[in-house]
Design a protein around this ligand. Structure first.
Ligand code: LLP
Length: 428
């Protein structure tokens, strides 16, 4: 039983009918379950119970303020990758001492913001960033605790676009030369190298690559300690996968036990940065069928959601289960259809030949496991408004991000000074 299941013939989020939410906010919309967020967070918290560990939720997966507040209130910290995410985390009440800042391209302004907010740690990914951070920190007369994110040259065995720990990937400092970077860091004013960070990719479905990367990190920590660095924290990154279709990823408990085996003897405080494994199964995208069209090869089910709302199928050939909101009868025949959006390119295809029960115009469908990397990756392509977001809690729901109006969307734009502003129809 998940938090998104049929009750009396209609799919509900917890105890709220998705049809009722659709009537209230319109379609398409993202819907998140507080109970699922809580359960997924608790799985990590319980897995690391008794260890000195902090779960810094990777908010790139879903940065909605109400989602952050839900997790922050449960005790989560945040892994942020931009000044915008840092501001959101603070706005949602996540304490600065539970925030880490990752990312290959932090600007001077972002580093200044991080220092002003006095966050727990900055994960430095290059020597030029180290030098700039030192300059900024020293300029403010302060010192900052850092990790160097190392690139362990481990293949995460995941989709090419989301593997980050191979030598050729843009992330981190090659583990082979990391000791030199630590030596430099120790000499620089304003820098306290107290931590090592690693993150090898996302949607990992086996422990082996994590084990290999953490093993490399453990060896590095021993060497760094031997060279006099006081390494007290490890940031093990995120990456634990979820089951979109038939994957069988390890549980947070298996992951924690493996981390214990590989790095436990170091006695470090652990930071972990799960994103997808917390938010992924806690959200769905709900869309309405606009037309059903019989093509020469197959039927096309045309939805009011498109690749701009959920880009994962177009971008990573990702699978999301699609289910009708009205529960199909027990004998409903399945037939293969292409499920598409209205955007003007063939890439706007959610699924080809998907076996679905009969659907008609007006029916609602859900895309499962869309709580992570769904709304955050949406765009306004084709001048389509960003999808609203709804949070459910028991039998209550709240719209936690509204659909922008057309005026709100165009208000940031203006005509150039040399252009005549066209008269607006209906304007006096
Ligand atoms: N920490 C760092 C430094 C990261 O780069 C990421 C994800 C995470 C943590 C969280 O990883 P997770 O636990 O969510 O796997 N848009 C892609 C996923 C991109 C992941 C980027 N980095 C997708 O839709 O599959």
């Amino acid at each position: 039983m998940t938090e998104f299941d049929y009750q009396d013939g209609e799919m509900c989020a917890e105890r709220v009918r998705l049809g009722a939410i659709a009537e209230s906010v319109g379609t398409p919309f993202y819907c998140y379950s507080t109970a699922a967020l809580t359960r997924n967070y608790a799985a990590f918290r319980d897995a690391f119970q008794g260890r000195d560990a902090t779960i810094c939720y990777a908010m790139k997966a879903n940065d909605n303020l109400a989602v952050l507040k839900t997790l922050g209130d449960l005790g989560a910290g945040a892994d942020v990758v931009s000044g915008g995410e840092l501001r959101r985390a603070i706005r949602a009440g996540v304490p600065a001492e539970r925030i880490v800042f990752s990312g290959v391209g932090k600007t001077r302004e972002e580093l200044e913001l991080a220092l002003d907010e006095d966050i727990l740690q900055i994960n430095v990914e290059s020597v030029p960033e180290l030098d700039l951070l030192s300059e900024v920190a020293a300029g403010k007369g302060t010192a900052v605790e850092i990790a160097i994110r190392v690139n362990p040259d481990v293949d995460a065995n995941t989709h090419d676009k989301i593997a980050t720990g191979r030598r050729e990937d843009k992330f981190g400092i090659d583990i082979e030369v990391a000791a030199e970077a630590y030596a430099r860091a120790a000499e620089l004013p304003g820098i306290e190298p107290v931590s090592v960070a690693v993150h090898i990719g996302s949607q990992l479905t086996e422990l082996g690559p994590f084990r290999a990367a953490f093993g490399e990190v453990a060896r590095l920590v021993e060497r760094l300690r031997g060279e006099g660095h006081g390494i007290a924290r490890l940031d093990l990154g995120g990456g634990l996968g979820i089951s979109y279709r038939d994957e069988t990823p390890p549980s947070p408990a298996d992951y924690a036990a493996m981390a214990d085996e590989v790095v436990g003897h170091l006695g470090c405080r652990l930071l972990i940065e799960p994103g997808r494994a917390i938010a992924g199964t806690a959200g769905v995208l709900v869309a309405r069928v606009i037309y059903v069209k019989q093509g020469r090869a197959r039927g096309h089910v045309i939805l009011d959601a498109a690749m701009n709302d959920l880009i994962r199928p177009a971008m990573y050939q990702a699978w999301h289960d699609i289910r009708p909101v009205r529960e199909p009868g027990p004998g409903a025949a399945l037939a293969p259809v292409d499920v598409v959006g209205p955007v003007c390119e063939t890439g706007d295809t959610f699924a080809r030949g998907r076996e679905l029960p009969p659907l008609e115009a007006g029916d609602l469908v859900v895309f499962d496991d869309a709580g992570a990397y769904g709304a955050v990756m949406a765009s306004a392509y084709n001048a389509r408004p960003l999808t609203p977001e709804v949070l459910v809690h028991g039998d209550s729901f709240a719209e936690v991000r509204a659909r922008p109006s057309h005026d709100q969307m165009v208000n940031l734009e203006s005509f150039a000074g040399w252009q005549e502003t066209p008269a607006r129809r209906g304007a006096a």
